[in-house]
Structures are given as C-alpha cells and as structure tokens.
Write a protein that binds this ligand. Structure first.
Ligand code: GLN
Length: 192
C-alpha cells in the first residue's frame, strides 16, 4: 500500500514513520502527477497560508478536487480541506469536509497545549493525548460529517466525511497510529 504525504512543510517525516510502522510505503508527494501513484494521502500541519500558496503554485488544486482516494489531514491540513474558513482565509479551501473553521482559535496563551481527546473511530473507542499547536477550531459541523474525536465537554476536534479524516491536533507527535491505521483501512476497502 503506497501512501502519499504532501512533502512541503510540517511533520511529513513523522507521518511517514508512522505509515512505515504500519507496513505501508510512504511517498513524499511533490507534484500533482505523484497522486496517481498513491492509494491514500496525508496533509500534514504547518501554515495553511503557505500550504495554500504551494498547492496553487504547483498545480495541485484541480488535481486534488478530482481526487477521490482517502485523505488524512492534520491542523493546517484540516484548514485547507475544510469548506469554509472564517475571519482569516488561508487562500484555498478544497471543500472536502463540510466544516466551518477558525484559525489559531485557542488564544495566544494557549497557542500550544496538550489535552485528553476522546476518540471513537472504526469501532475503537479510547482516550489519547491531543497535541494542539496553534490549532484551528471547528466552529460548525455540517451535514454528512461525523465527529470522531472530541475535547473537553464535547468540542469536535476530529471529523470524518466519506473517506476524508481531518483532525485539529497532531497524532504524529503523540505517536498515536490509530488514525493512520484507519486511513490504511479505508484505502484497502476502496483499493483499485
Ligand atoms: N496556525 C496554523 C494555520 O492557521 C496551523 C498550525 C498547525 O498546522 N500546527 O495555518
């Protein structure tokens, strides 16, 4: 199973390491053509404005709009995958997940924090440590979107729509592989 990791910014090496640990073959995607080689794709975190600029510059926008393989997006990845970003648009929203998002929404003093996150995904239910780094907030969950991870008293921090899984936190930094495992399962279920 080949899984692409957009290799421009963020923790792409950590994502690749987790995928390798699960027996998949990670491939750093740098050109839209690379998408034809992979069964699933990871959008790492970083800076969504920068991410948006690069995806546009290298011609990814059209290629990704028509791409229907499973995707896992974290943090800035979630922002770019969302249908709407309020206040501070990064310059590109792919609309793969029907959510409204606010960037850097946890306030300056809490720009980065760790907190327990409840996950309910693919028959698994457990608590993990969520690593939030200048994280966005999901302020509205639209139709067709399932909440799969929550913070505190139920705030959504992980969502699934079809085969697109998007998280506001960084599982690649806490070493939790359940989201990547789920990505591989989705890819297997729909393998060509
Ligand atoms: N704050 C970043 C943004 O708004 C996201 C941070 C991250 O990906 N860790 O784009």
């Amino acid at each position: 199973m080949k899984v692409g990791v957009l290799g421009f910014q963020g923790d792409y090496e950590e994502h690749a390491a987790i995928l390798k640990g699960l027996g998949a073959e990670p491939l750093y995607v740098k050109l839209p053509e690379d998408l034809t080689l992979v069964d699933a794709l990871v959008f790492p975190g970083g800076e969504s404005t920068h991410f948006a600029r690069i995806l546009k510059k290298y011609g990814f926008v059209e290629a990704l709009r028509g791409w229907d393989r499973p995707i896992l997006g974290t943090c800035a990845g979630l922002i770019v995958l969302a249908s709407e970003v309020i206040d501070d648009d990064p310059g590109l929203t792919l609309g793969k997940v029907n959510i409204k998002v606010r960037r850097n929404a946890y306030g300056r003093q809490k720009d980065s924090f760790e907190a327990p996150v409840r996950v309910k995904l693919g028959g698994e239910e457990r608590e993990i440590t969520g690593v939030f780094i200048r994280a966005p907030r999901i302020v509205e969950v639209g139709e067709g979107v399932e909440v799969v991870a929550t913070l505190g008293d139920g705030e959504p921090v992980g969502v699934l729509q079809g085969n697109v899984l998007a998280l506001t936190f960084h599982p690649e930094l806490s070493g939790d592989d359940l989201f990547h495992r789920f990505l591989l399962e989705m890819a297997k279920a729909s393998s060509r």
